[in-house]
Structure formats: structure tokens, C-alpha cells
Design a protein around this ligand. Structure first.
Ligand code: PBG
Ligand code: ZN
Length: 279
């Protein structure tokens, strides 16, 4: 995607420095390991790419940078699914319960390396509870969980999957991501995550789900985050590059609509542009 790159740890330090000087204070880290396997073992290593990045950023910027980590295995598994697989259901598919301890271990490892907030994005059943217990047991009671509570199986993730080299190698994610036609399920998923200890609820994608952001905000009153995903960003960039829309005007209008719908925080690839425009 225009303006978005895979970074090494040293180029990441410069990137975060630039963003900090523009007034951006929060960052979410996604890891792309050199080696993938069926379990995603590199996600848990002390010398894993995200762990290294966290330590270096904390050493360089301390608490000036709030570091959030995306917690999932799809970037680390060779099959591209969000955890370990099994044939328990008769066909090869994600094994929800077998993945939970790995997810908790990934979060603890990131917290130890300096993550301020963990954000599990796989939408597995029971993930928030498993992570909360894991973090508390390891002494990280103070690390909040932003749960991707409401995540739709969406075509808008296309550019991200290419960038993160994480498309599923077979099948799809519809067994754990939600049907775009279903609004009620969003409420039930959010309810479960709150009961398990989620501190912030994330709705994803944002633009085609403004009604869901509003419902979740009204219903629960907890902080709501919205993820303005790669495909939403790419549409704006592509149309602007063709001269068909005014990028600044449209991007700000979209972000305003997400805010108006009830989002307390917005995760967006437009962040640096917006910080400059509004600077
Ligand atoms: C996977 C994950 C996805 C995104 C971030 N983490 C979606 C997916 O591939 O299912 C998408 C983000 C974007 O499109 O910007 N856990
Ligand atoms: Zn995933």
C-alpha cells in the first residue's frame, strides 16, 4: 500500500520517531518473522521480531510511545491460519482451544518485552479470558486487553494480507470471523469479551460497519476502537491517485464518520497524513 512498508527494527525506530514528532503517540506492531511453521513458534521467542522491536522502542522512546501488539498467529504460521490446526471436526481447520495457551504465552512474552497493551485479533472463543489469566499469573495485571471483539470476515483485508504475507493457504477464516450480514452476533461477541475481561472493544472493519460501532458503544459504554482497515485506506489512495476524489477531504470525512459513529479510538493507515493535515 502507498506509504506503508515492512520495517526492520532500525527503520522502525526512525518511523516511530517521525510519527512522534507529528504528534502520534500510539502504535500497533505486527510481526513478520523470517521463519514460519505450522504452530507459529517464532511468535513466542524472546528474540522474536516483535519482542526485539518492543525492547528497542522502549529503550529509545520510553513511555512517549504507547505500544500495542497485535496478538495472533496468522503471520507466523506457514498455513496462514490464526492458530494451530487439527482435524477434530473431520476436516482440517483451526483448533480454537489448542490455540488459546499459545495466545496467552504470546501476550505474556510481548508484555515482558514492553508492550503496554495487547490486542488479540484472531476472534477465537475464550481468547480474552485465557489471555487475562495468563497475564495476571505472570504479574501483568496492569496490561489492558483491546479485544478485536467484533471482526467480520471481510474483503477489505486484502491489501493487509499481501503486505503481511499472511493469506490463508487453504480455506478461509469464516469459521472464526463473522458474517457481514449478522449484526446481533456482534452484540453477543462483545458481551462475552466484556465478561472475560476485555478493556476495550474493537470493531473491524470500520467504514462498512458504522452501525455496529454505534450499537456496541450505546449498548456497553466501554471504550470502543475501530479499525479503518487496509482495503478502506487503499480505495481512498487509489481513487485519489486517479484524480477522482480529493484525498484529504474524503479521508477526513471517513474518519469523522467513524468518530461520529462512536469510536473512542481509531486505528488507521491515514494517521501520518492526518497528523500533517491537522498539525
Ligand atoms: C489477522 C489480521 C487481519 C488484519 C490485521 N490482523 C485480518 C485478517 O487477515 O483476517 C487486517 C488489517 C487490515 O486489513 O488493515 N489477525
Ligand atoms: Zn490472525
Amino acid at each position: 500500500m502507498p506509504g506503508n512498508y515492512q520495517l526492520s527494527v532500525d527503520t522502525l525506530v526512525d518511523e516511530v520517531g517521525d510519527a512522534l514528532s507529528l504528534g502520534i503517540r500510539s502504535f500497533i506492531l505486527f510481526g513478520i518473522p523470517t521463519h514460519k511453521d505450522p504452530v507459529g513458534a517464532t511468535a513466542l521467542e524472546e528474540e522474536g521480531i516483535v519482542q526485539q522491536a518492543l525492547r528497542t522502542l522502549k529503550q529509545t522512546y520510553g513511555d512517549r510511545a504507547l505500544l500495542i501488539t497485535d496478538e495472533c498467529f496468522c503471520e507466523y504460521t506457514d498455513h496462514g491460519h490464526c492458530g494451530v490446526l487439527s482435524e477434530r471436526t473431520g476436516r482440517l481447520d483451526l483448533d480454537n482451544d489448542a490455540t488459546l495457551p499459545n495466545l496467552a504465552a504470546q501476550c505474556v512474552s510481548h508484555a515482558r518485552a514492553g508492550a503496554d497493551i495487547v490486542a488479540p485479533s484472531g476472534m477465537l472463543d475464550g481468547m480474552v479470558g485465557a489471555i487475562r489469566t495468563g497475564l495476571d499469573t505472570a504479574g501483568f495485571n496492569h496490561v489492558p486487553i483491546v479485544s478485536y471483539a467484533v471482526k467480520y470476515a471481510s474483503g477489505f483485508y486484502g491489501p493487509f494480507r499481501d503486505a503481511a504475507e499472511s493469506p490463508p493457504q487453504f480455506g478461509d477464516r469464516t469459521t472464526y470471523q463473522m458474517d457481514p450480514a449478522n449484526a446481533e452476533e456482534a452484540i453477543r461477541e462483545a458481551e462475552l469479551d466484556i465478561a472475560e475481561g476485555a478493556d476495550v472493544l474493537m470493531v473491524k472493519p470500520a467504514l462498512s460497519y458504522l452501525d455496529i460501532i454505534r450499537r456496541v458503544k450505546d449498548r456497553f459504554g466501554v471504550p470502543v476502537a475501530a479499525y479503518n482497515v487496509s482495503g478502506e485506506f487503499a480505495m481512498v489512495k487509489a481513487a485519489a491517485a486517479k484524480g477522482w476524489i480529493d484525498e484529504k477531504r474524503v479521508a477526513l470525512e471517513i474518519l469523522t464518520s467513524i468518530k461520529r459513529a462512536g469510536a473512542d479510538m481509531i486505528l488507521t493507515y491515514h494517521a501520518k497524513d492526518v497528523a500533517e493535515w491537522l498539525g
